[in-house]
Design a protein around this ligand. Structure first.
Ligand code: IPM
Ligand code: MG
Length: 369
């Protein structure tokens, strides 16, 4: 089959990890008989430099015309001093909004091979970790009214409004319940209903939706408690559903439990098959162009694209399997590499081999065959 992918390599390490994701997709194409056509388009800081705006109209049009969007990373120090509405990150928010991508799936899976890289005590993660953060992506404080006003005696004040409608909560709750049903049938909704009105509405609507999913066990946690539970008892979680900003924070926290933020893929969906796929990590300008970045989150994002948008389950599993195999052979990018890695008692510690971005992509592509 033929698939048209809009590719946004973006800034920092973006171009390097994009090259590796394409290499792996091409290996999948060769093995399973598919053709992936890539339409490379500009967004972020590189677009500001090239055409003066972070999200050119042509980019939005190209994304809308594609079957799926693959995005690497956006932003960097170079553009950090621009006014808020001109920062490269606006491209990301603009794409999410323009494409209607209201649900963001961020699976955090601790690969058996990486349990040494997990910062938690081994007994907390014995038996592994496999959770899914479902983050609302086009509402809340990210998109609410914002601005400045003068106060009487405290100078200027700035504000960002957190606002959710019943419809916005209902549709993300439905996605989360559907996901929970396909997994461990447990859903934790995270809010701050002890303080925030928007969270009280959130909780009420989630409860309403729950009535249609009697087979899914639902509980509610406040965000502060959830952040704590995630590091002291992470195995209680199956699916977590939460608003835009809490989801941003919790997904970074969850990612570290899996060893490195360099391992976490994500899918941003709008309710049909269309989606935008991107690693959870950022553009890492400190290591850009040095062949040090871990391309696995990007490669695993491509796997999610195959699964959710193209319906190619076997192909997606082939990528995930190849990543695991490469890790099981001891290959590690710098973010995962431990110089002296102590084996568990009675087990031999495995020797680790430090590799760069291109080598990681090459090894994964070779495993696919
Ligand atoms: C993410 C990122 C973005 C977000 C930034 C870069 C705007 O942190 O995708 O998690 O906050 O959504
Ligand atoms: Mg984030």
């Amino acid at each position: 089959m033929n698939f048209n992918i809009a590719v946004i390599a973006g800034d920092g390490i973006g171009p390097e990890i994009t090259t590796e994701a394409r290499r792996v997709l091409d290996a999948v194409g060769a093995r399973f008989g598919h053709t992936f056509n890539y339409n490379e388009v500009l967004a972020g800081g590189c677009a500001i430099d090239a055409v003066g705006t972070c999200l050119p109209d042509e980019t939005v049009e190209a994304c809308k015309a594609s079957d799926a969007v693959l995005l690497a990373a956006i932003g960097g120090w170079k553009w950090d001093t621009l006014p808020g509405d001109q920062r490269p990150e606006q491209a990301l928010l603009g794409l999410r909004k323009e494409l209607g991508l209201f649900s963001n799936l961020r699976p955090a899976i601790l690969f058996e091979e990486l349990k040494d890289a997990c910062p938690l005590r081994p007994e907390l993660i014995a038996g592994g970790l496999d959770l899914l953060v479902v983050r609302e992506l086009t509402g809340g404080i990210y998109f609410g009214e914002k601005g400045y006003r003068d106060t009487e005696d405290m100078g200027k004040a700035a504000y960002d409004v957190e606002e959710y409608s019943e419809g916005e909560v209902r549709r993300i709750a439905q996605v989360a319940f559907d996901m929970a049903r396909k997994r461990g049938s447990k859903l934790t909704s995270v809010d701050k209903a002890n303080v925030l009105e928007s969270s009280r509405l959130w909780r009420k609507v989630v409860e309403e939706v729950a009535a249609s999913y009697p087979d899914v066990e639902l509980n509610h946690l406040y965000i502060d408690n959830a952040a704590m539970q995630l590091v002291c008892a992470p195995q209680q979680f199956d699916v977590i559903v939460t608003n835009n900003i809490f989801g941003d924070i919790l997904s970074d926290e969850a990612s570290m439990i899996t060893g490195s933020i360099g391992m976490l893929p994500s899918a941003s969906l709008r309710g049909d098959n269309f989606g935008m796929y991107e690693p959870v990590h950022g553009s890492a300008p400190d290591i850009a162009g040095e062949d040090k970045a871990n391309p696995m989150a990007m490669i695993l994002s491509a796997a999610m694209m195959l699964r959710y948008t193209f319906g190619l389950e076997e192909e997606a599993a082939a990528i995930e399997g190849a990543v695991k195999t490469v890790l099981s052979k001891g290959y590690r990018t710098a973010d995962l590499y431990r110089e002296s890695c102590e084996g568990q008692e009675g087990q031999e510690s495995q020797e680790q081999i430090l590799i760069g971005t291109a080598k990681a992509g090459q090894l994964i592509a070779e495993e696919i065959g």
